[in-house]
Design a protein around this ligand. Structure first.
Ligand code: SAM
Length: 215
């Protein structure tokens, strides 16, 4: 069984304002994020549409838009979407569920999903990969990030608010294997150490994967 979506939604509704205040503009403090997002934007070129899944307050959408990517954001939490729309009125943000996407097959050129899988069980991660693969165009590019590890951490307080949610860590062998199983190719996973004082001190990974041009 997966983590219940209404719990995830309620938690981000609860911390929406504080989350936006804390994480908006975070890429400015993380050189590796910037390098990876530039690589993503360069590979996408002028292809569209591109979506930021689990966009939160829209900092990744904004960074990619500034690089010339035609991007929209999708999230489960209406309150965090309100923050995203207020901060970035020039970007389209919509409500949706990564595990049950309302997009046609083969319709999206690129997906970025920064820390969007952090509340998913392994089974939900598989569903998310299957859905991303389904909606990507042949040759479409998937970029996502995760915390590296084996643990699940139960968190009762976040950004000064009482909540109850699990944060999941994943090892790279698991992620690589599930991407392959979902049909992705050209998988490249880049791991890094945390930036002390800037972020929660977990090791991080950026995963690139492509849907094959010919299937
Ligand atoms: C850890 S936050 C990351 C937000 C932002 N991408 C960032 O890097 O700060 C996870 C985000 O994913 C969203 N999310 C979680 N599960 C989702 C789902 N099933 N469908 C859509 N969004 C989801 C949450 O509402 C939250 O905004």
């Amino acid at each position: 069984m997966g983590q219940e979506l209404h719990k995830i939604e309620r938690m981000y509704d609860t911390v929406a304002k504080e989350y936006a205040a804390t994480f908006s503009g975070e890429h400015e403090k993380k050189p590796k994020d910037q390098e990876i997002l530039r690589r993503f934007a360069a590979e996408i070129g002028n292809r569209k549409p591109v979506w930021d899944f689990g966009c939160g307050p829209g900092q990744t959408s904004k960074y990619l838009k500034n690089l010339g990517v035609e991007i929209s954001g999708l999230d489960l939490s209406e309150k965090i979407l309100e923050q995203a729309r207020a901060i970035h009125p020039e970007i389209n943000f919509s409500k949706g569920n990564i595990l049950d996407l309302q997009f046609d097959d083969d319709s999206i050129a690129g997906i970025a999903a920064f820390y969007a899988i952090v509340h998913f069980t392994e089974e939900q991660v598989e569903t998310a990969f299957r859905e991303a693969f389904r909606v990507l165009q042949p040759g479409g590019l998937f970029l996502f990030t995760y915390h590296i590890g084996e643990d699940t951490i139960h968190v009762k307080e976040f950004l000064g608010k009482k909540i109850s949610i699990d944060f999941m860590f994943f090892n790279t062998d698991f992620i690589y294997g599930r991407l392959q199983k979902s049909g992705f190719e050209e998988i490249a996973i880049i791991e890094r150490e945390p930036y002390p004082g800037v972020e929660y001190e977990s090791r991080r990974a950026y995963a690139f994967a492509k849907k094959p041009r010919v299937q």
